[in-house]
Design a protein around this ligand. Sequence first.
Ligand code: SF4
Length: 186
Amino acid sequence: MNNNQLIRILISRCLLGDLCRYDGKILKHQFDTGILQNITIVPICPEVEMGLHVPRNKIRIVKYIDGDRLIQTETNIDLTSMFNKWCDKYVSTLMTIDGCILKSKSPSCGIADCKYYDSADSEIEIGRVSGFFSRKIFQMNIPQINEADFFNLEKRDLFLKLVYHRCNLRVLQQFAYVLTYFPQCD
Ligand code: SF4
């Protein structure tokens, strides 16, 4: 087994051509996973995993006094606690992830480039922020990059260095755990 086989990279499912987008369409420009040879790919669509259907109403990030919320625009339904509940359950899977390649501009997966509003029905953006899932990844210190930046050589190199580093650390920790709890038998 070479080092690559130990690395686990999580990828937004729509980037792989899965039918999980809000509009029920397959993404035109899919991510070519050829470059990730021998790396274990873990596909994820946070919006489908949290229980939303395909197709579904669009969601957006809205600023409230007590914090940002994920709001379904046409219904005005607040999906924040639904997302948080799912995410709390999913956290244990994230412990074994070394890096994430996430779809840009999505209110769930986007990294620092999602539209941000001050109300559910406003047409005026007040800035750009990270999606809710990307925020969780950031809190857990997992390296993340979007599909466009992955094809920028400098950004990709930095991302992959961080991924290798995290993987090495994770494997060493597992090894230390085994040594601690399963001491050598005579
Ligand atoms: S961007 Fe993320 S949440 Fe949206 S369809 Fe793709 S994987 Fe699902």
